[in-house]
Design a protein around this ligand. Sequence first.
Ligand code: DAH
Length: 343
Amino acid sequence: MSQKILDKLDKIEDEAQSVIQEVKNLDDLEKQRIENLGRKSELVKILRSIKDVDPDKRDDIGKKANYVKNKLEETIQTQRKKLVELKLEKEIDEDWIDVTVPPKKLNIGHLHPITQMQQLTENIFTRMGFDIEYPYEIDSEFHNFDAVNIPKNHPARDMWDTFWIEGDNVAITHTSSMQHRIIKSKETPIRTIIPGKCFRNEATDARHEHTFYQVEGIYVDRGITMNNMLGTLKAFFDEFFGQNTNILFTPDFFPFVEPGGMVSIDCSNLSEGFKKVSKGTGWLEVLGCGMIHPKVLEMAGKDPEVYSGFAWGVGLERLIMLKYDIDDIRLFHSGDLRFIRQF
Ligand code: DAH
């Protein structure tokens, strides 16, 4: 009887050993563990029945049964380690990334040339002590016209052909639309620039757009003169173009300044194209300016007997065209990437 049990234990061990070592995955291994070492397994049955065996044989059978149990547990453990490693290797194989593959070329964008040049302009004037305000793109007729001394039915209104919007509002024709608010609300000295988008109801050509950018500037304090204006503007142009820029002031009419004028820049250093645009004179008009009209100061609550100031308005695209030798203003809003990518 006891020899039979010992033989049976040998058989259990031999069979289980070979099966377990052949198992291909962890699920099957677990099945084998239950079959060979689980509560209902032959081995456990034998272990449980040891108490019924003859006392003098009990020791041998007990030792042998425990030996088989330990052996099988050991084999299962070894096999489990092997299978876990294989599984890991397979996963690593499948998730493998070739870090030597050259990267896909990303098309990273950049700021539009108008934004770049607006930022340059803001930077230059901020360093001169100016602050920055942005206009409302839609504003009241009052702020766009009346408050800068262009009353209703006055012929000067013809200088600005407008898009009208319900409720006496307009798409602003110039960033002078902010003058009144700024002069009224700020304490002197007032030094503010107003870069922003403007709109005109006009036929477009190489030099005119219905949508364009202006930078308005205002300086109000006691004792401000035309000298201050010309000095400020020249300092700006020198920085903007990165070279000494000669300027020329010629009288002109704008309802919100008195005297008013145009500033031209010396384009003899610029390209042939611009010399042609300057009609051979060598001077190119770029900016309207003047001493702020007493009525404009008065309407905004600053006594023109005490305060004076200057203002200007410059078309940003015009300056960029000069700086980069661009011959058609319509390129800026064309969305043509061949143009944009050059900046
Ligand atoms: N607002 C004028 C325009 O759009 C430009 C301008 C001219 C602004 C003279 C000024 C100025 O402040 O003094 O044509």
